[in-house]
Design a protein around this ligand. Structure first.
Ligand SMILES: NC(=O)c1ccc[n+]([C@@H]2O[C@H](COP(=O)([O-])OP(=O)(O)OC[C@H]3O[C@@H](n4cnc5c(N)ncnc54)[C@H](OP(=O)(O)O)[C@@H]3O)[C@@H](O)[C@H]2O)c1
Length: 287
């Protein structure tokens, strides 16, 4: 998988497979980045909210591979909803990671987490946030800019007045929970979709129905889920600090049949993400 890439609408090349780092602390993130890069990963996903940008930066600077060969994504905090807060947060991310530029900078959420998917859509604020993102792009602090957790109307709000078009939307997309209409809308608008929690935060691993299909291809459930997202044209960013899992997650050299893709699209939705259900992205609210 390591040589497989997509091209963003501005011509920037992004590896299809990246390493997720949510819930890793600085030390774990630094080691995970070094391990991942030595295995062949070149794309790392972090966020201001993960509190591990310093560790990700340390891992990048000590991994033995040149900065230009790495693709690093970070996310502006969901709570930063005005121009100055966004600009300052981008400068802080650069300082923490000791970088001159970020490859992809995205808005973590259209709403602050405590109001995720609630009535106030922050449309006006997000236009101002987008202006700050555009300026970060124009000044070279970010090579590409985009969105995360944006629904169709959140995206339309940006598309109504952009100067620079968003290049990606990073959203929850995994077997049993694939927002096909939103994906289609993004793809029609030349916005690359990145699938976060591509193996359902681990919750899908013991799903019997999915396991039967994985067995048919002689792969693990994790591999089947990653391949499924790739075949939908999505970037995948599975999280692991386990080098063995990193290797397995990059071994996706098989093709899921059209019939099995249809079956996987219709696997009964996961309702419960276990101990992590309180996170907004899994339907809960962080207070
Ligand atoms: N934009 C957003 O709002 C947002 C939200 C959520 C996540 N994300 C991003 O997406 C990344 C991935 O999502 P996620 O962390 O929620 O979940 P995920 O990648 O779907 O699943 C991670 C879980 O799967 C396990 N795992 C990974 N590879 C495995 C393998 N080959 N075999 C068995 N188990 C395996 C991991 O355990 P081990 O560590 O033991 O391998 C971990 O428990 C995040 O780290 C973050 O970068 C973004």
């Amino acid at each position: 998988m390591f040589n497989e890439t997509y091209e963003l609408s501005n011509g920037v090349i992004i590896p299809k497979l990246g390493l997720g780092t949510w819930l890793l602390d600085d030390e774990q993130a630094a080691q995970a980045v070094r391990d991942a890069v030595s295995i062949g990963y070149r794309h790392i996903d972090t966020a201001q909210a993960y509190m591990n940008e310093t560790g990700v930066g340390k891992g990048m600077h000590s991994c033995g591979v040149a900065r230009e060969e790495l693709f690093i994504t970070t996310k502006v905090a969901a709570e930063a909803k005005n121009y100055d807060a966004v600009t300052q947060s981008i400068d802080e991310s650069l300082a923490k990671m000791r970088l001159d530029y970020i490859d992809l900078m995205i808005i973590h959420s259209p709403q602050p987490w405590s109001e995720f998917r609630e009535e106030n859509r922050y449309f006006e604020e997000n236009k101002e946030v987008w202006k700050a993102m555009e300026d970060a792009y124009k000044t070279g602090k970010a090579k590409a800019i985009g969105l995360s957790n944006f629904l169709q109307d959140d995206i339309e709000n940006i598309l109504a007045s952009y100067e620079i078009k968003p290049m990606v939307n990073q959203i929850l997309a995994h077997v049993s929970n694939t927002p096909l209409e939103l994906i289609e809308f993004c793809q029609k608008n030349d916005i690359l979709v990145e699938a976060y929690s591509p193996i359902a935060h681990g919750v899908i691993l013991d799903n019997g129905e999915v396991k039967v299909i994985a067995d048919k291809y002689g792969v693990s459930v994790a591999q089947l889920c990653l391949r499924y997202d790739i075949q939908l044209g999505l970037v995948v960013i599975p999280k692991t600090a386990n080098p063995n899992h990193m290797r397995i997650n990059a071994d996706l050299d098989f093709v899921i049949s059209d019939a099995d893709m249809e079956t996987l699209k219709n696997v009964e939705a996961i309702q419960n993400y276990g101990e992590h259900s309180f996170f907004p992205v899994f339907g809960g609210k962080l207070k």
